[in-house]
Design a protein around this ligand. Structure first.
Ligand code: ADP
Length: 541
């Protein structure tokens, strides 16, 4: 007979995280910039009590285990309470990205069959627009108090603070199977309709443990952590779970994500650690550099979601901020890899070290990855061979919500990214497979081209897309937004590439624009750019 281990069996539940924070870091603060305009502060103890009241309120509203409850909200303490109250009582917290088009939002809410939607006042017009198209939503909850409730609304609204005030908080978090669904995020749907990734309590708790580790995000009780990445973008990369798990002070920036507002909050609350997509850091860096400011306490940040340009990594380093380059996706909860140095890297020159930091990094324990060629054959880890990147692990998707077709290939999830892996296991994304430029059958990495362009002092933002070429089929076109007041010509920019990439990788042309469209998660929207430039005539054609 098999000999079983004889340790206590306790399900890995999300409620255990906030319970732990309240009991062991009870007086540690959560500071939020509110849509009402002021700064709100309270503690993990307060948060857990209010999450319990919310769980009671949800019960009183008739929300059942497994039912989906949606949010349209910024990073703030009430949103955090919804994370814990909803999942903790056994329902599913479904964060909806308010930056999507209203039709996409209605599609997602209907597909998820959300019973209630909790929203920040900023999004009232959005709610009024989509509500008539979401017949299954039983109630829209405005996340504010009675005094701030809108005088008139086209939709009947419930008041968040009133719901909580009606409860006494006398509530025990229920215990149930750790494999039950806890939360739901939809992919942005750049190709076709958005698809839902349905996380479980188990996958979320394991991901929180792993992502807090020193060589992953490295969160600690001695940190003050401000996630700039929205709580509607893959659960703010898990930080609303991993920060209470380690007991760090949490700072939530609300709707004010411009450089000046962020800088003020970083300084005032003594933030040490943050996380966000590259376009966020562009804004903050511009503000800090233009006003010759310094960070007093901010020392580390995670950059992911799209490739962190080397110039950005170095600009932050010059301000004493270490960049942890990380890669992941909605289907991966999201964290897959992060780029931290190994012991043997200690004596490297700055240039050698930068080369490593520019990679998306090594897997964190729990994730397994491989690269394969067109036939599915595994490719060597030599830092040169590139192929389709596949992953597997306990916080990686098995199938999409309400979709029976398995996305897996022999038990592996195909990421849609193309990558290399070096002998030390550092993975580097070459491109999203749909963004790769195929010139005469050979591949050009649009990320590499963008990284070079971003290092030019006159360039604010640069995207490289393919343009039609009669001989080569596709050739790179560089689309550039200049820094305010900066001047650079097409020729100067193209010259800047000499010696930095292979000659045949140098773009055929540069198009200067005033703006590059961004996706709902703040990434450069190359699909839109490709449409915009679909009839573009290259001078080389
Ligand atoms: P979407 O971009 O559709 O909103 P995700 O946020 O899940 O959805 O995006 C995941 C994708 O983002 C990855 O497959 C990859 O292409 C890209 N990505 C994430 N992090 C990085 C990174 N550090 N470098 C390059 N690409 C990245």
């Amino acid at each position: 007979m098999a000999l079983m281990g004889q340790m206590m069996s306790a399900p890995l539940l999300i409620s255990s995280i906030i319970k732990h924070a309240a009991r062991y870091y009870g007086s540690t603060e959560i500071v939020s910039r509110r849509t009402e305009g002021d700064l709100h502060r309270y503690t993990y103890r307060d948060c857990e009590l209010r999450a319990r009241k919310l769980a009671q309120a949800l019960g009183a509203l008739g929300v059942k285990q497994g039912e989906r409850v949606g949010t349209l909200a910024w990073n703030g303490y009430r949103h955090l309470e919804v994370y814990y109250g909803v999942s903790g009582m056994g329902a599913v917290c479904h964060t909806v990205n308010p930056r999507l088009f209203p039709e996409q939002i209605a599609y997602i809410v209907n597909h998820a069959e959300d019973g209630y939607i909790f929203f920040d006042l900023t999004f009232l017009p959005l709610v009024e627009g989509v509500a008539p198209h979401c017949p299954n939503v039983r109630g829209w909850v405005a996340m504010t108090d009675r005094a701030h409730m809108p005088a008139e609304a086209k939709v009947p609204l419930l008041c968040y603070e009133e719901l909580l005030d009606a409860q006494d908080g006398n509530y025990e978090w229920p215990q149930f199977d750790e494999n039950l669904a806890s939360s739901l995020c939809y992919t942005s749907g750049t190709t076709g309709n958005p698809k839902g990734a349905l996380y479980s309590h188990r996958s979320t708790v394991l991901h929180s443990y792993a992502s807090a580790m020193p060589d992953a995000l490295g969160c600690s009780a001695s940190d003050v952590i401000l996630p700039v990445v929205p709580m509607f973008h893959v659960n703010a990369w898990g930080l609303p779970y991993s920060v209470p798990l380690v007991g760090a002070k949490l700072v939530l920036p609300g709707p004010k994500l411009d450089g000046a507002s962020l800088y003020e909050l970083f300084e005032q609350e003594k933030v040490t650690f943050s996380a966000g997509v590259p376009t966020v850091w562009l804004g903050l860096l511009q503000h800090v550099q233009a006003n010759q400011l310094k960070f007093s306490t901010f020392r580390r940040t995670v950059i992911g979601g799209s490739a962190a340009p080397p110039a950005m990594i170095r600009a932050l380093e010059a301000l004493d901020v270490e960049v942890i380059h990380a890669w992941g996706m909605t289907e991966m909860s999201p964290l897959g890899t992060s780029s931290k140095l190994l012991a043997k890297h200690q004596d490297l020159s700055d240039a050698e070290r930068h080369k490593i930091q520019e990679k998306q990094g090594r897997v964190i324990y729990g994730v397994d990855m491989k690269i394969v060629d067109g036939e599915g054959k595994e490719l060597p880890w030599d830092g040169k061979a590139f192929g389709d990147l596949l992953v597997r692990g306990p916080w990686i998707i098995d199938r999409y919500f309400r979709n029976d077709a398995s996305p897996l290939v022999d038990g592996w999830f195909p990421t849609g990214d193309v990558a290399t892996i070096d002998a030390d296991g550092f993975m580097q994304i070459t491109d999203r497979s749909k963004d790769v430029i195929k010139s005469g059958g050979e591949w050009i990495s649009s990320i590499d081209i963008e990284n070079v362009a971003a290092a030019h002092p006159a360039v604010h933002m640069a995207a490289c897309i393919s343009a039609y070429h009669p001989k080569w089929d596709e050739r790179p076109l560089l689309v550039v937004v200049k820094k305010p007041g900066a001047e650079v010509s097409r020729e100067q920019l193209l010259q800047f590439f000499e010696g930095k990439v292979a000659k045949w990788w140098i773009p055929d042309d540069v198009a200067f624009v005033t703006e590059i469209p961004l996706t709902a998660t703040g990434k450069m929207q190359k699909l839109r750019l490709r449409e915009q430039f679909k009839d573009y005539k290259l001078p080389t054609a």
